[in-house]
Design a protein around this ligand. Sequence first.
Ligand code: AFP
Length: 353
Amino acid sequence: MHIGRTTLSKFVIEQTRGQYSEMGALLIDVAAAVKTISGLVGKGALSGFAGALDSTNVQGEVQKKLDVLTNEAILRHCEWGGQLAGMASEEMDDPYRIPERYPRGRYLLIFDPLDGSSNSDVNVSVGTIFSILQRSTAGDAENVDYLQSGCEQLAAGYAIYGPATMLVLSVGRGTHGFTLDRESGNFILTHPDIRVPEETREFAINTSNERFWEPPVQRYVAECQAGKTGIRGADFNMRWIASMVAEVHRILMRGGIFMYPKDNKDPAKPGRLRLMYEANPMAMLIEQAGGAASTGRQRIAEVAPETLHQRVPVILGSKSEVQRLERYHEEYDTGADRPFVSPLFAERSLFRD
Ligand code: AFP
């Protein structure tokens, strides 16, 4: 029984009272969409929505029925409230205009409706990721209005559809977790003020891409794998769920470092993850919880977006490990990590064998 416990609605109203009260109402609509998606995803094969469509999204990825359905759920739950100037999503090539019959506001909702959807058919945790930006005035958003860096976000969050459905969000005053109580239908504040441990001995990366990584990432992962026998002097554990929401949630709960770095597997793509609706919101949540989020060469929050669906390298989690990997990138870029070879002796050495 949760009498007296803090519900999401109470928390959001208190945190956004005044200037951002309309954003509070929007967050409550997002939470309603999450409940709908939780019900859909929770039915598994019984939903009748398993499997793929013959359509592809802007990324050229085959869309799953659930990708489209969850996208629709967020549009329907959020379009009518009068807080929005528009919405953008991984599943829509162009931003969504609010229908004429509804009032408009100044907020922009950008989201990945079902992150990790390739896991949905194998019953592994998936999630929804969202970011809220604003424009200076209420009214129909132009495409350029969405191209704001992560530090402009007013709010960010994710839902994780696991054994429990949780909603983790920040409005810029810490990162907080809520658990769905299916009896009452309320999200209950169960994880106030989440903090990411500064140190960790757990890393997450898809090691099948090792040959495509840049040397600083190869160096870092090799040191973790060397464990006690290497310079780190400690053994590391590895995890890879292939669902960013699940990885980030684990890191918020117990620390760790998540990497989807730049690789040369497809030189046209500077990484797999998308800046506006995956990297930016997760970076806000991690930083608000005392962690760090970087491309390896700069804060994710400071990346200036050029296109709505652009990709970015992502390294985030426990601050000391992210900072170490940033140092490795800097040493690589400046040549400081290469063994010193004296031009004087290496080429003309009498002793060269
Ligand atoms: P899907 O949404 O297509 O399943 O991709 C999930 C994701 O964007 C992110 O959630 C994972 O961390 C990452 O891709 C997994 O990528 P790999 O399949 O290359 O490991």
